[in-house]
Design a protein around this ligand. Structure first.
Ligand code: FAD
Length: 439
């Protein structure tokens, strides 16, 4: 039986923790917030069947008060001249669930499996020795563990404070982080739109996107940018939304908070002796849409499986590399490819994105799969239209080429933990990064 400490009640950590505690390990989660404050006050899209399977229940067991279908979607070009509508079929309609019940279900499952929780106990920094993590400094003192699972989110104080010689990337760069504001407001008119979920790319010419979802009971607004948002900026953007949406009331019914999402490929190296990062702490999201719940759950399972394969309670980087490697082979490649397209779009000026919309270079098939359906062969079919403005079309092709090359590398990481090989592999991936100017 090993002592396993989980920093932060992140989704992946909770999944891994439940599996490990069930198998007899001594698992404790240190979470900075009080239990009642966990989980955002908004709804999220993810794969319900994955969560149900994890909890050992049927999808139909989710009660109707915690989830609903989201309406059809319209992507709106920056100049708002073109809308690309996605009508979902009965099978692929988007399901959204409130975050608080989701996180509570994961916590309850972890508790039932034997995981212990220390709420309102922030972790402050890792305790390291050589290239190993031995434990963690917390508000209440030092805690030592055989394995530290870092599920403390994008700005985890563990990952960001690991010494450089761990070769684990500490800080995301410009364009890697999506700063969001989300709130539900009252609706002053009882109207139903044909495509009520409007997603605005480069909304008002700004780097990022916003959405305005006219749901039955309220309007659900997200404002997301590549730079940290201020209250003034949010108010300015809300005013602009009010001009186009006269039914947008001013009473906040849910949310009204800021959040951050990593929108980049996952960490190439996410393990060290006694340490494994998971979820947002390891940047495990789909970059184009910021979805990270599914990937965190999947990663939690992979990490627990890796720990099960260990023959002793010495969780060396060599052993934990299996988790790191398998995550990349199964999921890292797709997200790396997706990052190429996302970054290519971010290099374009607003009128470049308008051009791609208006010439039908960006179509519903590209947008419905968050860019996963976009490929070079498909774009070549749009060559004639795209070549009217070669730089914009070229930027997207370039993003896809870089993304595809990065995906190939992610799909074939070194088989065994060998820092020289990992370093070389990492360098080849980083050479494919697309630079984005902060604007
Ligand atoms: C506005 C918004 C909308 C989103 N929508 C979706 C969506 O629809 N679908 C989807 O799949 N994903 C969505 N995401 C992304 C999703 O929230 C994350 O990818 C997902 O939660 C996985 O992150 P995580 O659990 O690893 O980290 P987090 O959710 O960030 O959890 C980290 C935990 O660690 C705790 N913590 C942080 N610092 C410390 C510390 N020092 N000590 C102890 N504990 C600490 C935090 O309190 C938190 O409980 C959205 C995110 C935002 C902000």
């Amino acid at each position: 039986m090993s002592n396993i400490m989980i920093a932060g009640a992140g989704h992946g950590g909770l999944v891994a923790g439940a599996m490990l505690a069930k198998a007899g390990h001594n698992v404790t989660v240190y979470e900075k917030l009080a239990k009642k404050d966990l989980g955002h006050d908004w709804q999220d899209r993810f794969t319900f069947s994955l969560l149900a399977e994890e909890l050992g229940i049927a999808e139909s067991d989710f009660t109707e008060d915690i989830w609903e279908y989201r309406g059809d979607c319209a992507f709106v070009s920056p100049a708002k001249r073109k809308r690309v509508v996605i009508n979902y079929s009965e099978e692929n309609r988007q399901k959204i669930m409130w975050r608080k019940p989701l996180i509570n279900m994961l916590i309850e499952n972890a508790e039932k499996s034997g995981v212990k929780f220390r709420f309102e106990t922030p972790v402050l920094a890792p305790i390291t020795e050589g290239r190993a993590v031995k434990g963690v400094k917390t508000k209440e003192g030092s805690v030592f563990a055989d394995l530290v699972i870092d599920a403390a989110g994008i700005f985890s104080p563990l990952r960001t404070n690991l010494p450089k010689h761990f070769l684990i990337e500490n800080t995301p760069k410009y364009g890697d982080v999506f700063y969001a504001y989300r709130a539900y407001y009252n609706k002053t008119l009882n109207l139903t739109l044909e495509a009520p979920f409007e997603v605005y790319l480069r909304h008002e010419g700004e780097p990022g996107l916003s959405w305005f979802y006219t749901a039955d009971q309220w309007v659900d607004i997200l404002i997301g940018r590549t730079y940290p948002l201020t209250r003034e900026k949010v108010n300015e953007q809300l005013m602009l939304f009010r001009e186009d949406h006269p039914w947008f009331g001013d009473e906040i019914l849910h949310g009204g908070q800021f959040g951050v999402i990593p929108v980049r490929r996952p960490l190439t190296l996410m393990v060290a002796d006694g340490y494994a990062a998971i979820g947002d702490s390891a940047f495990m999201t789909t970059p184009m849409n910021g979805m990270g719940i599914d990937l965190s759950i999947e990663a939690g399972r992979l990490l627990a499986d890796t720990v099960f394969h260990a023959e002793s309670d010495r969780y060396t980087a060599e052993i934990l590399w299996e988790y790191n490697r398998d995550f990349h082979m199964l999921f890292g490649a797709d997200t790396a490819k997706n990052e190429g397209l996302k970054n290519a779009l971010l290099t374009l000026p607003s009128y470049g994105v308008d051009f791609l919309f208006e010439q039908d270079v960006i179509q519903s098939s590209d947008l419905s799969g968050a860019g996963r359906n976009t490929n070079i062969a498909g774009l070549l079919g749009k060559l004639t239209r795209g070549m009217k403005r070669p730089p914009f079309f070229g930027a997207i092709i370039n993003g896809l080429i870089h993304g595809s090359k990065a995906a190939k590398l992610y799909a074939s990481p070194p088989l065994f933990y060998d820092l020289n090989k990992i370093n070389d592999w990492n360098k080849r991936i980083r050479a494919l990064d697309i630079a984005i100017d902060s604007q």
